[in-house]
Design a protein around this ligand. Structure first.
Ligand code: NDP
Ligand code: 2IT
Length: 449
């Protein structure tokens, strides 16, 4: 196993997020490999860690002043053993191939856990949508799709949203795909409700994460009710995590963006959340404005050079990191444990560094990795694909009930796999093992391809 990791690092030394994700999964699945000679002989680790395909392309676009810019586009098809590649597109200045590969790798196991027929993929661009006009974003999306369209399709690869890609971008991307392919198909998920989208898809990642947290708390005969919660981020996942916590009687004290966070001791209620949705989704403003609107709250600017995020120092019961990778490091983890947090449920992908995960486990905190806890988003994307195939749309309650059921079953699957391999209560090991075994068995059934 060490030899495989060294080989991968030597081959692509700059892809540090991908290496981090690999280390975690490979460490968890070691006992599975130890028990299974066939897996070793058939080199499943070498195969599962190498993308089936990587597409990189130039994305030229013109801004409102007539200036041309060039960004880089990516789509990684990591594994299609269980179904068409499925996973989001991320538009953020930090995007590079290593980040897309880490996200695609995580997606393979996450999608496997949902039990729906979806392989794993991810894509995106280093385009930064911040401060761009709607027309600039539209031109960028059109140029991005002008290359991507030839590589995707409803039975090949089905992208969706992620950081920087929401309803607006999915609309522009879909329009261009439809024009170029001369087809109206469910090639993207997260579509508008009037043209093929699924009810509950916008809510699904955040709602699903809170359903998962409720299941975890129930193992200790507790619930979300009256729990003080720290939420980071203020985008899609953070907003609907907050909404579900409120519906279940919990209190949300914080939200953040890349400039800092707000702390509201009185709690972010439904009314204030409606303000945040308007601020972030329509006006595309900064979370600091919350503290101007609601003087009982404070805004704390965070300089990344500080080395930790004071958001995680506030005393609370539960933490929901919903912004981005590695937003909780070892120092933050110690602060969380000291502050009385008993549960960490990841809305974001890999928001916790390995050192921080160890600290959570040392303190026997309830800790759910993103590939299990945030799988509700892609699960409802899978339900959107099913509805598109049938040319039907299910009522809100039906989709929400299915989401709840899927999260409950992922929770059970993680605990069962963790038990089976001698790490009871370790959701990370359980998620990695259960996700891995299903994908690998499908790969072996399908021969050496
Ligand atoms: P959005 O673009 O809607 O929101 C992202 C939020 O995170 C914003 O508040 C943003 O602040 C903040 N953020 C992004 N990058 C950074 C950074 N480098 N440092 C600090 N804050 C940052 O994205 P989503 O809510 O969709 O995604 C959030 C996380 O959830 C990501 O990890 C994503 O991969 C994961 N996820 C998303 C799913 C979905 O269905 N959308 C499904 C499963 C996981 P700012 O505005 O300043 O950039
Ligand atoms: O990380 C994720 O699971 C997503 N961004 C959602 C993927 C999807 O296809 O809905």
């Amino acid at each position: 196993m060490d030899a495989i990791i060294s080989r991968i690092i030597d081959r692509d030394p700059d892809q540090k997020e991908f290496h981090q994700a690999l280390h975690e999964v490979l460490a968890s699945v070691k006992p599975v490999l130890d028990r299974n000679f066939e897996y070793r002989q058939l080199a499943v680790l070498d195969r599962i860690t190498e993308p089936e395909r990587v597409i990189m392309f130039r994305v030229p676009w013109m801004d409102d002043d007539g200036q041309v810019h060039v960004n880089r586009g990516f789509r990684v098809g990591m594994n299609s053993a269980l179904g068409p590649y499925k996973g989001g597109l991320r538009f953020h200045a930090s995007v590079n191939l290593g980040i897309i590969k880490f996200l695609a790798f995580e997606q393979v196991f996450k999608n496997s856990l949902t039990t729906l027929a979806m392989g794993g993929g991810k894509g995106g661009s280093d385009f930064d949508p911040k401060g761009k006009s709607d027309n600039e974003v539209m031109r960028f999306c059109q140029s991005f799709m002008a290359e991507l369209y030839r590589h995707i399709g409803p039975n090949t690869d089905v992208p969706a949203g992620d950081i920087g890609v929401g309803a607006r971008e999915i609309g522009y991307l879909f329009g261009m795909y439809k024009k170029l392919k001369n087809e109206f198909t469910g090639v993207l998920t997260g579509k508008g409700l009037g043209w093929g989208g699924s009810l509950i898809r916008p809510e699904a990642t955040g709602y699903g994460a809170v359903y998962f947290a409720a299941e975890m708390l129930q193992t200790r005969r507790e619930s979300i009710e009256n729990k003080r919660c720290l939420v980071s981020g203020s985008g899609n996942v953070a907003q609907f995590t907050t909404e579900k916590i409120l519906q279940l009687g919990g209190k949300v004290l914080t939200l953040s963006d890349s400039s800092g966070y707000i702390f509201d001791e009185q709690g972010i209620d439904q009314h204030k959340l409606a303000y945040v949705k308007q601020l972030k989704n329509i006006r595309r403003g900064r979370i600091s404005e919350y503290a101007m609107q609601y003087p009982e709250a404070v805004h704390v600017p965070v300089d990344p050079s500080l080395g930790y995020n004071p958001l995680w120092e506030h005393g609370a019961d539960c933490a929901f990191p919903c912004a981005t990778q590695n937003e909780i490091n070892g120092v933050d983890a110690v602060h969380l444990a000291k502050g009385g947090v008993q549960l960490i449920c990841e809305g974001a992908n890999m928001p916790t560094t390995p050192e921080a995960v160890d600290i959570f486990h040392d303190h026997t905190l309830l800790y759910a990795p993103g590939k299990a806890a945030n799988a509700g988003g892609v699960a409802v994307s899978g339900l959107e694909m099913a509805q598109n195939s049938m040319r039907l749309s299910w009522p809100r309650k039906e989709v929400d009930d299915r989401l709840k059921q899927i999260m409950k079953s992922i929770h059970r699957t993680c605990l069962d796999a963790a038990d089976e391999y001698g790490t009871p209560g370790n959701y990370m090991a359980g998620a990695n093992i259960a996700g891995f075994v299903k994908v690998v068995n499908a790969m072996l059934d399908q021969g050496l391809v």
